[in-house]
Design a protein around this ligand. Structure first.
Ligand code: COI
Length: 355
């Protein structure tokens, strides 16, 4: 993309690269040297800049702290064998950020600002993209309100920022999940589809209760009747029942439109797998588990990639799923996706953008 945007760059005087242990990356712990920042004021995005990653100075009356006008995205960049940086579907993240923005009354971020800020940041911090298989650079774009005002109304000022972190696996082992039938993550007409900070805040307490019982995550059910599966706390969720891949549809406004979800469904259809985007009833899930017809269950997400589910608790009863094996669909699709992301296979879907 040709740009006329002016982005001021102030480089760090002391890189944190030498003290970063790329062999032991913990998700979200090591942050790269720089961040991109833009301010929204007077109805326009301005002051585009890249500066050393540093704390923010906020007034205690900052609107985000009180009313939660805050949205974010997650995407990843990879290094191919030639050392080039490959970004996976940034255009999809840019679109989704603006869908979230609309729902949360936040001004949209123009494509040019999102892409140019992102590309220049990655270019500057290219040495932070891990070169190891299984590792990548996680990218966190986000927008939040910056008015210092306690009245309840949409803020007039915002910041759009991007920072990045080299990461390994989000889940280091197959996960155990519990079907949640008391608490609610999202309801039709609510904000469930938006990548809004508050959605995650509201899910923490029920997830914590499940963690105390020994589960890694929840399988959220619909907020009205708790009768069908929607998604998991950090990812969309898919079930292979007999030979059919079943996952919740995204047209109710209660489910995040996952980019990994969409990529997996595309590859599944191309591989001739029967895909059903429909709600899976909790009863149907339990029957499939009892009858041994649930061959695989897995989460899909940018951070989680493909997370194998090893155990599902339904109505207080634990069901153990078949062990992860190389021929399972989830492993095949993970290998295929990785091959595309690391540039080992032709990118026939135009998902990759080189930095
Ligand atoms: C992502 O997968 O990028 C997310 O935003 C999920 C988050 C819980 C890490």
């Amino acid at each position: 993309m040709k740009t006329t945007l002016q982005i001021d760059i102030k480089k760090t005087e002391e890189s944190r690269l030498p003290e970063t242990d790329f062999d032991n990356l913990v998700f979200g712990q090591s942050i790269s040297d720089h961040m991109f920042v833009a301010d929204y004021e007077g109805g326009e995005w301005k002051n585009l800049r890249i500066e050393p990653y540093a704390p923010l100075h906020l007034n205690p009356a900052n609107a985000t702290l009180h009313y939660g006008q805050s949205i974010f995205e997650g995407m990843k960049a990879y290094k191919n064998v030639e050392g080039e940086i490959l970004l996976f579907r940034p255009d999809a993240n840019q679109k989704r950020l603006n869908e979230s923005a609309q729902r949360m009354c936040i001004p949209e971020v123009p494509e040019e600002i999102f892409m140019e800020g992102l590309f220049q940041l990655l270019d500057l911090d290219r040495d932070w993209v891990p070169a190891k298989a299984g590792a990548s650079l996680y990218i966190r774009p986000f927008v939040f309100a910056t008015d210092d005002y306690l009245g309840v109304r949409p803020s007039e000022k915002y910041k759009f920022m991007i920072f990045t972190c080299p990461v390994g696996h989000y889940y280091s082992k197959p996960v155990s999940v519990k079907v949640e039938t008391k608490y609610t993550r999202a309801i039709e007409g609510g904000t469930g589809y938006a990548k809004a900070a508050g959605n995650y805040a509201g899910s923490l307490y029920p997830a914590l209760l499940a963690q105390k019982e020994g589960f890694d995550q929840l399988l959220w059910t619909d907020g009205k009747n708790h009768q069908h599966i929607e998604e998991s706390g950090t990812m969309n969720v898919m079930f292979m029942i007999d030979q059919t891949l079943v996952t919740a549809p995204t047209n109710t406004g209660t489910i995040l439109k996952g980019i990994t979800r969409d990529s997996v469904l595309t590859l599944a259809r191309e591989a001739g797998v029967n895909v059903e985007e429909r709600f899976l009833k909790v009863d149907e899930l339990e029957n499939a588990l009892k009858e041994g017809r649930l061959k695989e269950a897995f989460g899909t997400g940018t951070a989680a990639t493909i997370a194998h589910i090893a155990k599902i608790n339904v109505n207080g009863k634990d069901y153990i799923l078949p062990e992860k094996n190389d021929n399972a669909f989830s492993n095949q699709v993970l290998r295929k996706l990785d091959a595309i992301k690391y540039g080992l296979e032709p990118d026939t879907h135009e998902w990759i953008q080189k930095v």
